[in-house]
Write a protein that binds this ligand. Structure first.
Ligand SMILES: *[C@@H]1O[C@H](CO)[C@@H](O)[C@H](O)[C@H]1NC(C)=O
Ligand SMILES: *[C@@H]1O[C@H](CO)[C@@H](O)[C@H](O)[C@H]1NC(C)=O
Length: 969
């Protein structure tokens, strides 16, 4: 939701209309980043630069099962300080490189990976090490893959090669620096003539032999003051600098969340696009910029290098403040420099070699997108705030009267008395359970916000119980509960790193009283799902609108160490709470604003408080694509923009952006005018109704895409480079994308006054306009086409060779569609073939994990004068594969869900691009079907124009059964 507009802050400061850049540090305002960038600068100016870090060859040890290499590392600057290096290879070829200081004077934070990772990965035994004089080399997996890892000794460099080509290098530029723990020298008296301030900063003025590497001065080692906040640094300097190069990859993607392009522009080197590095420090940025490297609400430190030849990735499991410089000295290489405030070196190299492989490798580590409840893919209506039960009822009534489908009504912070979450304001919400039941009457849900700041009043049971349990985050003394300011005024933050908080938190969500002396949310029902906002955490009076870095969490870790994990832990435990409030558990829906690598396992995210401008609409599409390839598919931006009053044209275009976002929610700030779609004048109102209906008709396509994502990590939205990894012309394209594996290609319009749009087709294939069936033709080398894009038309094409399964009956909510019949659209390829998938299950429970689902494949093939369209059981066709943990070998076609929908029909079959009028259309073994043919362009022809169309009504087929339809030409 929002940020700084708290009454407190507004009273003290003049209101501003754009981001307060000065509330957030740039690299030059953070001592560790200044040190890191200065190191890179010195290296750049010194042709003889050589990293001081080296491996002691005598220390090399290889585990008896071959999986792991360990060695000692030291820096020539501090030979007495020891670092331990650990390189291991996982079963899927992922290489994990870890380094930490051993027996040091302190403990570096080493737990980020344990929160991010799904489980401890299994190591490979199929690896062969060769220890040489200068390096140790390992071949990974089968010889034919030609995948090798090299660890050079002096200096320490780790490189991954494929086919003899260098794919990734760690410390290839010599910027590795792990600042070891040291003892603070007592300050000398200020130098003669110096001012007192200089004296405090400049501790020593003796020549420093390490200055070539570390710099002259101890810049911000022991304390750092910024604005009115002083960060005590009891552990002193502990930053980590590391260069990660992709010497043969011209594009890098990833490291969301930033408001920027998908293919990351440069931040260093000649003519850098941005001045400041990309930053990962989860922040509540009020009215954020639409084109910037500034940190936003979440951080996923995964980056992919991509070229025609291969895709590789790295996941840097670090949770502290991190700045990342990106440089492309030429079109074919990428160099990046990662500077973090604390933490160990813990890098996972994802060897690829294709986009699908890196996604599988990354989600193999951090988990795949949780399979959402089916209703969660419907339309969500939100506003800060629906102010009362009667407001909710009235809004719902208007949706129904005007025939707009909607699945979820949302409640922002004003439902809660004095922003004490869980506690209804009974003046405005006298009957929350009855209100929810009214909404749930046709299967709809509600979402209520539960923020992590708890009002510090004795009468608020959530605060009181947390305080009594001793689970509140502490200030730097490690004893005193931290107090900060947020929506609820003076507030406390539970330390969700403390295991003692987990069971307690889950208990709060039980809708039946579980214990007489503990709070549980009995004024709620199992139809209420949850929104976690402000979980960066946002704190109005804290440094950079967050928590002091020297606050203390469970285990004695400082907030600086765990900051980027904070939002994920809260999301995780809340999702568990919602899931487990019923027996059997049901799929939870929990939306988060703050996130980290792994958050995809717990639900959905949105891109926070965007502005109602065309620029924000445009960048929102790019941000969601970046999140999708970083494992977090269930994402979207606020339709309409959170701030401002979008004109009707903008709102309509934004609805289409939402229709093609995995998470589809309209939201608005408290100061905006009401903008529910029924308030629009014509023709806007009808266009938005059609847009919502389009989303609902395509729910089977979205659900199938989510199923695939939850199984193998493929993104729900797929940018061009993912679908066409060898087509260089598409590598930077981030304004059009494919929906799952469906073959739908979308280019939402995000500009004013547009009537046509340019769409890039990457291949020599026919693409059909979704609405008019106009056939366009791509070209081998790629081609731009122009398509109609008037306000009522989103540019939407079906890739030739696809079969789409849709449900065309307008309904008020998605649960009402459960037994609705299907329409199958067979869009023939130039070769006369097509293929599509459909996945269905009950949409709410976990019974699919026990095999209660239907997974179909539709295949069309042309053979001289016959086109055969077949429906097959894909679960049965793929024995041995695992889906949601179910080995398909044991899959039972007669499962309870399949039986439940066995009567669901295919009500219509459409075939686009037949070469001629059929002479007959039959269900195999059955009589002639009722069909209609409209002549038009054939799939395999070379001309463009409206495609031929065969429509078969009621072909007598059901969706979950095997059948074959034979078209004789
Ligand atoms: C987070 O989620 C995982 C399951 O993915 C669970 O095993 C772990 O205990 C959770 N951690 C917390 C703090 O809730
Ligand atoms: C397609 O259009 C884009 C944007 O106008 C342009 O950069 C690109 O070169 C064009 N591609 C082809 C193959 O014409």
């Amino acid at each position: 939701m929002r940020a700084l507009s708290s009454l407190l802050v507004l009273a003290a400061l003049p209101a501003v209309l754009a981001v307060k850049r000065e509330d957030f540090k740039t690299c030059s305002q953070a001592a560790f980043c200044r040190r890191g960038r200065a190191l890179a600068e010195r290296a750049g100016q010194n042709p003889d630069w050589k990293s001081p870090y080296s491996v002691d060859p005598a220390s090399i040890s290889i585990a008896s099962d071959q999986s792991t290499l360990t060695a000692s590392v030291a820096s020539s600057l501090y030979p007495e300080i020891k670092f331990g290096l650990d390189v291991r290879v996982h079963k899927d070829g992922v290489v994990r490189v870890r380094m930490d200081e051993v027996d040091g004077k302190g403990r570096r934070y080493n737990e980020a990976a344990s929160w991010a990772l799904l489980a401890e990965p299994e190591t490979s035994k199929d690896i062969h090490w060769t220890v040489g004089k200068k390096d140790v080399k390992a071949t990974i997996g089968p010889k034919k893959d030609k995948l090798e890892i090299f660890v050079s000794f002096d200096p320490l460099v780790v490189k991954l090669y494929r086919d003899g080509r260098e794919e990734v290098a760690l410390n290839g530029l010599g910027l590795l620096h792990m600042e070891h723990f040291r003892t603070k020298e007592e300050p000398q008296p200020a130098v003669e003539g110096g001012t007192e301030a200089e004296g405090a900063q400049t501790v020593m003025k003796v020549p420093n032999p390490r200055a070539w590497f570390e710099g002259e001065e101890e810049d911000g080692y022991w304390e750092e003051t910024w604005k009115s906040w002083t960060d005590s640094k009891p552990k002193g300097p502990q930053s980590l600098s590391l260069d990660i190069s992709f010497p043969n990859h011209g594009h890098v993607y990833g490291i969301p969340q930033h408001a920027t392009r998908l293919s990351l522009p440069t931040t260093s080197g000649q003519d850098a696009f941005y001045d400041d590095p990309y930053r990962l420090w989860n922040s509540d940025v009020f009215e954020y910029l639409s084109d910037s490297t500034m940190s936003l609400y979440g951080s996923i430190p995964v980056m992919y290098g991509h070229s025609k030849e291969s895709t590789v990735g790295i996941f840097n499991a670090i949770a502290s403040d991190t700045f990342i410089d990106v440089a492309h000295p030429d079109d074919h290489s990428s160099y990046t420099h990662w500077i973090s405030e604390s933490g160990i070196l813990d890098i996972f190299i994802l060897p690829g070699p294709k986009p699908a492989d890196v996604f599988k490798q990354y989600t193999g580590l951090t988990g795949t997108q949780a399979m959402p409840a089916h209703w969660a893919l419907g339309y969500h209506q939100c506003r800060w705030n629906y102010v009362s039960s009667s407001d909710i009822r009235a809004v719902q009534q208007r949706f129904d009267e005007d025939d707009f489908p909607v699945d979820v009504f949302w409640l922002d912070i004003e439902y809660a008395e004095e922003h004490k979450y869980f506690i209804w304001d009974h003046k405005t919400f006298p009957d929350p359970v009855e209100m929810t039941n009214d909404v749930a009457a046709i299967g709809r849900k509600m979402v209520a916000i539960i923020d992590p700041h708890f009002k510090r009043v004795e009468s608020y049971p959530v605060y009181k119980e947390a305080r009594d349990l001793g689970i509140i985050t502490k200030v730097k003394d490690g004893q005193t509960d931290y107090e900060g300011w947020c929506w609820s005024g003076s507030s406390a933050w539970v330390d969700f790193f403390n295991p003692a908080s987990w069971g307690w938190w889950k208990g709060l969500f039980k809708t039946v009283q579980t214990s007489s002396d503990k709070f549980s949310w009995t004024e709620s029902t199992n139809d209420v799902h949850i929104w976690n906002d402000m979980n960066e955490p946002a704190i109005f009076n804290g440094p950079e609108i967050s928590m002091p870095r020297d606050n203390i969490h469970h285990g004695g870790w400082e907030h600086r160490d765990i900051h980027n994990l904070h939002g994920m832990l809260y999301h995780n435990i809340t999702a568990q709470a919602v899931r487990d409030r019923t027996d059997p558990p049901m799929r939870p829906f929990v939306l988060t604003r703050s996130f980290y690598a792994g958050s995809q396992r717990f639900g959905a995210m949105w891109t926070g408080d965007n502005l109602g401008t065309w620029e924000h609409m445009t960048v929102g599409v790019k941000m969601v694509l970046s999140l999708n390839i970083a494992g977090f598919s269930f994402s979207g931006s606020d339709v309409g923009g959170f701030f401002g009053n979008p004109e009707p044209e903008m709102l309509v275009r934004w609805y289409y952006v939402g229709v093609f976002s995995p998470f589809f929610r309209a939201h608005a700030h408290i100061d905006t005018k009401r903008r529910e779609p029924y308030l629009l004048a014509e023709p806007y109102k009808s266009i938005v109704r059609d847009a919502l209906r389009l989303r609902y008709s395509m729910l089977p396509i979205w659900y199938t895409a989510f199923r695939e994502s939850s199984v193998n990590g493929m993104p729900v939205l797929r940018p061009h480079f993912v679908v066409f990894p060898e087509d260089e012309a598409g590598f930077a394209i981030d304004d059009q994308f494919f929906v799952g594996g469906s073959g739908l290609l979308v280019k939402p319009v995000t500009e004013k006054g547009v009537t046509e749009a340019n769409v890039y087709l990457a291949e020599e294939q026919v693409y059909y306009d979704y609405f008019s069936a106009h056939a366009y033709r791509g070209a081998v080398k790629g081609k731009n086409i122009t398509v109609p894009a008037t306000l009522d038309k989103v540019p939407l094409l079906i890739r030739g060779g696809s079969v789409l399964a849709t449900r065309e009956r307008p309904r008020r909510s998605s649960p009402l569609m459960k037994y609705d019949p299907f329409t199958l659209t067979v869009a023939l390829s130039t070769a006369g073939a097509a293929r599509g998938e459909l996945y269905l299950d009950d949409g709410i429970s976990y019974s699919h994990e026990a095999g209660a689902f239907v997974w179909r494949e539709f295949v069309a093939a042309t053979n001289s004068k016959t086109v055969r369209i077949e429906s097959r059981d894909l679960a049965r066709e793929k024995p041995g594969e695992a889906v949601d943990g179910v080995a398909l070998a044991t899959y039972d076609e007669g499962n309870a869900f399949a039986r439940d929908i066995q009567a669901v029909r295919v009500e219509k079959l459409v075939v686009l691009g037949l070469a001629a009028k059929p002479s007959s259309v039959n269900l195999a073994g059955g009589k002639e079907l009722d069909w209609e043919y409209t002549a038009g362009v054939a799939a395999g022809a070379s001309k463009e124009g409206v495609a031929s169309r065969l429509v078969v009504k009621n072909p007598g087929a059901t969706v979950a059964a095997d059948w074959e339809i034979i078209v004789q030409l």
